[in-house]
Design a protein around this ligand. Sequence first.
Ligand SMILES: CC(C)(COP(=O)(O)OP(=O)(O)OC[C@H]1O[C@@H](n2cnc3c(N)ncnc32)[C@H](O)[C@@H]1OP(=O)(O)O)[C@@H](O)C(=O)NCCC(=O)NCCS
Length: 137
Amino acid sequence: MIDASDDDVAETLADLHRLTFLDAAAIPDFDLGAWWLAYYGDDPVAFADVVPSTHARNCGYFSRVGVLQPHWGRGLQLRLMRAIEARGRHIGWDGIVSDTTDNNFSANNFIKAGYRLFEPEVPWAWSHTLYWRRSLR
Ligand SMILES: CC(C)(COP(=O)(O)OP(=O)(O)OC[C@H]1O[C@@H](n2cnc3c(N)ncnc32)[C@H](O)[C@@H]1OP(=O)(O)O)[C@@H](O)C(=O)NCCC(=O)NCCS
C-alpha cells in the first residue's frame, strides 16, 4: 500500500491511469481509498485501489486496476486483488464487491480469485455490467 497523498506518488498513479485506461475513465481522486503500486525493478507498472462500498454493507469496492501492456500476463491484477483482500480482512470488512464491463480479461481474474456474480439491488453501472463479490469471512 502506498501514500497517495504524496505528490510524486499521485503523479505516478495518474501516469499509470492514463496509460492503462487511455481516455476510457476519468482520473480518480487519489485522496480517496487505499492505493497500491506494483513495481518491475524500479519501474511502476501496475496500480489498484479499494474504497468503502457505498452499495454493499461493510464491504470494500475494488474500483480500479491497471497493468501496463508490456507487463500483461504476469498475474498482476490477481496479486493486487489479493493485497486488497488482505487489507479488507484487516479492516474487518465482510467482503469485496466490484464490476466489469466488456472486459473478459478482468472478469477471468475475478473467477480465478473466487469471486461470484451477483445482482445488486440497485445496479450502479451499465445494463450489461457484471457484478462480482467475494466474502472475506
Ligand atoms: C485487465 C488487466 C488489469 C489485466 O492485466 P493482467 O493482470 O496482466 O492480466 P492477466 O495476467 O490475467 O493476463 C492473462 C492473459 O490475458 C492477456 N491479457 C491481459 N490483458 C489483456 C488485454 N487488455 N488485451 C489483450 N490481452 C490481455 C495476457 O497477455 C495473458 O495472456 P497469456 O495467457 O497468453 O499470457 C489489464 O488488461 C489492463 O490493465 N487493462 C486496461 C485497464 C482495465 O481494463 N482495467 C480493468 C477494469 S477496472
